[in-house]
Design a protein around this ligand. Structure first.
Ligand code: NCD
Ligand code: ZN
Length: 406
């Protein structure tokens, strides 16, 4: 039994939760003796993380990335397939899932890459993987990418989309014509790259758009049947942070002008998903110009603080970080505190506002673009009813498990 102030059906209620076999059996009367200090919210889902591993262990591993997720109140991550080697075939997919089964601290799922070279075999690959694992999306589809291997053109995407109604396709929408090779990634044309790609793609079909960063493309998607996610850094940072971040600044899509940032922030209630695009690179790699910010551990804590300060509502936050991701990607049993669902909770003490420090975080990359920002980290995290994190310190009974949600 876990009891206290619970976020239930859009509001805080005083109640007790009975758990059986990892799932919520009953939500009922508050039992004072079992009262948890702080408020109990559904643990978050981060549908966009790059946990590296394989040949890029120096940046992050499934183990360190999911440990970071756990400390940030996240119970399930969706890993992206732009690994080295990429997850664009059955063998690598199985290999990665088996690795996760041994080393993940939270539930783990993996998108399958769609590339110009594997699209003809996509049906067969999906069929084989689906016998054993739930594929949340065919994802990390790059309309534009430095590596030709990962890139895909509109025509191919259109062809493939037509054959796979019902499969969620997640797209990095940037038109190649507007991303000139070798130019700094924050030039004006990079904004047009996103707007134009989104315009073209909503004509092709319904997609889930990764990390949307401009108000024009957000509005376009809101008026379509597609869905989209926004990252904390595109809502909280802008080109004005160039001075502060220096060499750390590069990220795809780039940070935007204040007008876009403020629009996304004001329209938080209209976005579908808050996702971190956790893309860890070492400081050495950043010096060399690598693009990407870490963020899986700081996302929920930053936004809990914003909700507490009244900038966004808790209802909206829980929707974007838990219930919508579960619904859009089809994770049954996740996203809401409801009878029958997994007992996955994050407990936050609203009095415990801290400042984010890279040295306190668990990603291997060793830095954060949110250094010094106010946040509220979870006091406790429960996964399937088991307390796996307590007082910000890893408890002894951390579960090592992956996910096979069928
Ligand atoms: C991503 C990464 O590092 O994997 N980087 C990023 O800036 N978002 C890849 C990408 O989306 O370009
Ligand atoms: Zn990405």
């Amino acid at each position: 039994m876990i009891a206290g102030k619970i976020f239930y059906r859009g509001e805080f209620v005083e109640a007790g939760i009975e758990v059986e076999n990892g799932r919520i059996k009953k939500i009922g009367k508050l039992v004072e003796s079992k009262r948890v200090k702080g408020v109990i919210l559904p643990a978050g889902i981060d549908v966009h993380v790059h946990l590296r591993d394989f040949a890029e262990k120096r940046k992050e591993t499934i183990e360190t990335g999911t440990l970071s997720a756990l400390h940030g109140g996240i119970c399930l991550v969706v890993d992206q397939p732009n690994t080295k080697p990429p997850v664009d075939n059955t063998k690598t997919y199985f290999q990665r899932m088996e690795k996760a089964e041994k080393s993940a601290y939270v539930d783990y799922s993996l998108n399958l890459a769609l590339t110009n070279s594997n699209h003809e075999k996509l049906g067969e690959i999906i069929r084989k993987i689906s016998k054993k694992y739930f594929i949340p999306a065919v994802g990390e589809v790059f309309i534009q990418h430095d590596s030709e291997d990962l890139q895909i053109n509109y025509e191919t995407l259109q062809k493939v989309y037509g054959r796979f109604e019902g499969v969620v396709f997640t797209v990095h929408a940037e038109d190649p014509a507007y991303v000139a090779k070798g130019t700094p990634n924050f030039v004006f044309r990079r904004r047009e790259a996103e707007v134009l790609a989104v315009e073209k793609l909503v004509e092709i079909g319904n997609f889930h758009f990764c990390h949307i960063s401009t108000r024009d493309s957000a509005k376009e998607i809101i008026n379509s049947n597609s869905t989209f996610e926004v990252t904390p850094h595109h809502m909280l940072l802008s080109v004005d942070d160039y001075g502060r971040l220096g060499k750390l600044i590069n990220v795809n899509p780039p940070l935007r002008e204040k007008e876009d940032v403020e629009w996304l922030f004001r329209n938080f209630h209209r976005i579908d998903i808050l996702a971190s695009d956790h893309a860890p690179h070492t400081l050495e790699d950043k010096e060399m110009g690598a693009s990407g910010f870490p963020g899986v551990e700081t996302m929920y804590p930053l936004f809990i603080n914003l909700a507490l300060k009244g900038y966004i509502s808790f209802k909206s936050l829980v929707e974007k970080i838990a219930s919508n991701p579960a619904r859009i990607f089809g994770f049954k049993g996740y996203g809401e505190i409801e009878v029958g669902n997994f007992a996955n909770f994050a407990v936050f003490d609203f009095k415990n506002v801290t400042e984010i420090r890279a040295e306190d975080l668990h990603s291997k990359c060793g830095w954060t673009p949110f250094e010094g920002f106010e946040a509220i980290f979870p006091e406790k995290v429960y996964l399937r009813g088991r307390e796996v994190l307590e007082n910000g310190v890893k408890a002894g009974n951390v579960l090592k498990h992956s996910v096979n949600i069928m």
